[in-house]
Ligand binder design. Structure first.
Ligand code: SF4
Ligand code: SF4
Length: 438
């Protein structure tokens, strides 16, 4: 297969400075703050009490309904308290189960290998994924068992495994592909089986030659899986952009990938699916990239869910000086953090820490109607008009020209010579539409 791409997009400085740093397990902190909300959908319901002893992988909060996900204890120890913690996505307090590790890190009963895991039914694959509390680890955090259960009138023929990782700085997925290519292929096989799909394609940007060669090696001799090398361009890893780039199918406005017979799954999620099905292993940890100009030991770390950012920084060797700006995720779509007392959750793909000298803030100027934002928008939208309409509080008019189709990629803001912060306004506009609908 050749190189694939989509219309629009931008070329930020990629700064993938940790792509050659192997994944390292971060030691356990003294306390873990495990929030009941680490996914899209309803928060999970706490099922443990203060003082209770727990094992690693034990359910401590149960999914509340179909669009929700189980939460498991990240290690063995004691429930110290149920306590509010600042959520890194919503920025408001949410209940967290505080676990004091006992140092044994003992798994709950039942986490063991099923040697015949390839032979289990599609229904059982989905059930094991659901029990393991797996959600989209690329950052979207949509519960994976829901994604693996499309309605009968929306059959999936092609699965795309997303190894694009187009956000600058982030290299966790790159390392997962370099170090666990065979597990990705096994996970892909299980996803294909769960969906009765015909074909799997692993998509990787061409700035990851080592990952490409490891994956090429891992799929040798398999005729159901292929690799698609995509052009390095942001936001190549967007679901709709990948589906268009590789399959030339356009997800309709307001629609989902399943409307065009496709499903996109991140590489880290694919490995988590493999571990859930083969070893019945719940999701208790994830790989994240620690980068920016301030961490003394930048790298890719396997971190227990519930570890506070301040503990990640300390256990990974500390900072060169006090931070000015901290971002969860990448610099394009990530979320600025105002405290380090926030926990790593299932969607934490990276923690970036910058000094003031490396934080570029410029005052916005009036729009000069250059249309550069229109040229780069991967959704063929007109971001300059969103700005005008939202500022005028004409939210319904913004909706008519596609506000809800915006994927909040930030390409428009990145390219804008007037430094207009489109995404802030777009998020505000969407929020107002939701509020008015209520
Ligand atoms: S309008 Fe939305 S989708 Fe288009 S470039 Fe801006 S943020 Fe991205
Ligand atoms: S890129 Fe900025 S200045 Fe140019 S049209 Fe868009 S909003 Fe206006």
């Amino acid at each position: 297969m050749g190189k694939f791409t989509f219309k629009g997009g931008v070329h930020p400085e990629y700064n993938k400075i940790t792509s050659d740093v192997p994944i390292e397990s971060l030691p356990l902190p003294k306390e873990l703050y495990v929030p009941v909300l680490q996914h899209l959908g309803r928060p999970a319901k706490v099922v443990v009490k203060r003082g209770e002893a727990v094992k690693r992988g034990q359910i401590i909060a149960e999914a509340d309904g179909f669009i929700s996900a189980n939460i498991h204890s990240p290690t063995s120890g004691k429930v110290k308290k149920i306590w509010p913690v600042l959520h890194p996505v919503t920025g408001i307090n949410v209940d967290a189960i505080v676990i004091e590790p006992d140092g044994e890190d003992e798994w709950v009963e039942g986490v063991e290998e099923d040697k015949n895991y390839r032979d289990i039914s599609p229904k059982d694959i989905v059930e094991r994924v659901k029990n393991a509390g797996i959600v989209g680890l690329g950052g979207a955090t949509f519960p994976t068992h829901v994604k693996l259960s499309p309605p009968p009138d929306k059959p999936i023929d092609t699965v795309i495994i997303n190894g694009a990782e187009c956000e600058p700085y982030l290299t966790a997925d790159d390392r997962i592909m370099q170090e666990r290519a065979h597990d990705i292929v096994e996970g892909a096989f299980l996803i294909k089986k769960a969906l009765s799909a015909k074909k799997v394609i692993i998509a990787i940007e061409d700035n990851k030659p080592k990952a490409i060669s490891k994956v090429e090696e891992a799929i040798k001799g398999e005729n159901w899986i292929d690799i698609a090398v995509t052009e390095t361009k942001y936001p190549e890893g967007g679901e709709k952009q990948l589906i268009w780039a590789i399959l030339k199918r356009e997800v309709p406005s307001g629609g989902l990938p399943m409307d065009v017979g496709a499903l996109v799954q991140n590489v880290g999620t694919t490995v988590a699916i493999y571990e859930a099905v083969r070893y019945r292993k719940p999701l208790t940890e994830r790989v994240l990239t620690l980068s920016g100009d301030l961490p003394k030991k930048k790298g890719n770390y396997l971190v227990r869910l519930g570890t506070l950012f301040k503990d990640v920084l300390e256990l990974a060797g500390g900072l060169k000086k006090d931070q000015y700006r901290v971002i969860m995720g990448g610099p394009m779509m990530g979320i600025a953090q105002h405290s380090l007392e926030v926990p790593v959750i299932k969607g934490t793909s990276g923690i970036l820490v910058f000094s003031k000298e490396n934080t570029h803030y410029q005052e916005p100027y009036p729009c000069i109607r250059c249309a550069r934002c229109v040229d780069v928008c991967p959704m063929n939208l007109m971001p300059l008009y969103f700005v005008d309409l939202i500022k005028a509080k004409r939210f319904e008019d913004a909706k008519k020209i596609g506000l809800l189709d915006c994927i909040e990629c930030g390409s428009c803001a990145y390219i804008c010579p007037s430094h207009i912060r489109h995404v802030q306004l777009i998020k505000y506009g969407k929020q107002e539409l939701r509020r008015l609908k209520k």
